[in-house]
Design a protein around this ligand. Structure first.
Ligand code: ADP
Length: 299
């Protein structure tokens, strides 16, 4: 099974003709709420991809919490969440008609997970795949990674420093080009980024948007996986769909098998999942089911 230890947010999206400047008031045209948070989105990705998935996280004691839990469960995700004494995490997003956006994330309950409880550790210990992102305190991620008996995957998004304590516990690092450059300390060509990252972790999945992804395991030549050629309408959450699907497909593979082969097969499936996701609006809501993926892109 897959366990995701991570964030869950309610996203509030305002549409406006443009992004207002400091001190300015303008009229918006539309407002909507969407389930979000990288942890929850990736759990939905794993759940829709057919993996038995548990989401471990924290919510407030509020209406947003009930709504987000039902979204997760609707995607077939089991939830093991705690109720914090602060509100559910929120993101406040303004999107201009030119597609520009500004985003404020208020972590709320997500910030309260500083260590795991014993029942949470039991869930982590029994899962084949642990998948994490960087929207909860790192101390709990180190705790989860130490507890895991399976593969430990980190999607290092959003960018923040990853401590050596966490890095040494990782099996697979998943990053896009910006995150890879940040971890490297400077932008560099993809092969160089991969070489640098492989000095710190055994395996790297570097995603390159419409260019696809590179799969690299220490000691082997990287494998390039092209993206499908599609007309993208909303690439928000492409990475989340990809990470969730990758975890789900790894969960189906033989733990005794070759890591590069397992990762490559999983990334091919994740590439198909994200190709469908970018053709639909919404982050989590655009993630397809396994059946939809196999129908659109037969293996
Ligand atoms: P992030 O959302 O984290 O920046 P990417 O943009 O690299 O992640 O996208 C992750 C994966 O989603 C890519 O490796 C690719 O397979 C798929 N993808 C993203 N954008 C497109 C696109 N425009 N067309 C087809 N596939 C895409």
């Amino acid at each position: 099974s897959v366990v995701v230890v991570g964030s869950v947010n309610l996203d509030h999206v305002v549409r406006a003709p443009r992004i207002p400047g400091p001190g300015e008031t303008i009229l918006g045209t539309d407002v909507a709420e969407h389930p979000g948070g990288k942890g929850a989105n990736q759990a939905v990705g794993a759940g829709r991809s057919g993996a038995e998935t548990v989401f471990v996280g924290a919510l407030g004691d509020d209406a947003a919490a009930a709504r987000l839990l039902s979204e997760l469960r609707g995607a077939g995700v089991r939830t093991r969440t705690r109720t914090a004494s602060v509100p559910t995490g929120t993101a406040w997003i303004t999107v201009g008609d030119d597609g520009e956006n500004v985003i404020i994330v208020v972590p709320g309950a997500n910030a309260s997970i500083t260590a795991l409880t014993d029942p949470e550790r039991e869930i982590v210990a029994s899962a084949k795949i642990l998948l994490m992102q960087q929207e909860i305190p790192e101390s709990s991620m180190v705790d989860a990674a130490r507890t895991s008996q399976g593969l430990v995957l980190l999607n290092a998004a959003p960018t923040r420093e990853v401590s050596p304590d966490l890095l040494v516990l990782l099996d697979v690092l998943i990053v896009n080009e910006h995150e890879a450059a940040d971890l490297n300390g400077a932008p560099a060509p993809a092969p160089e980024l991969i070489t640098r990252l492989l000095e710190q972790v055994p395996a790297v999945v570097l995603t390159l948007g419409a260019e696809g992804s590179l799969i690299a395991v220490r000691g082997s030549e990287p494998v390039a996986i092209p993206a499908h050629r599609v007309r993208a309408v909303d690439t928000t959450g492409a990475g989340d769909a990809f990470c969730g699907a990758l975890a789900a497909e790894l969960d189906r593979s033989d733990p005794a098998g070759d890591l590069l082969e397992r990762l490559t097969a999983a990334a091919r499936f994740a590439t198909s999942v994200s190709a469908l996701a970018v053709q639909r609006p919404g982050a989590a809501s655009g993630i397809p089911t396994r059946d939809e993926v196999l129908k659109a892109y037969p293996a």
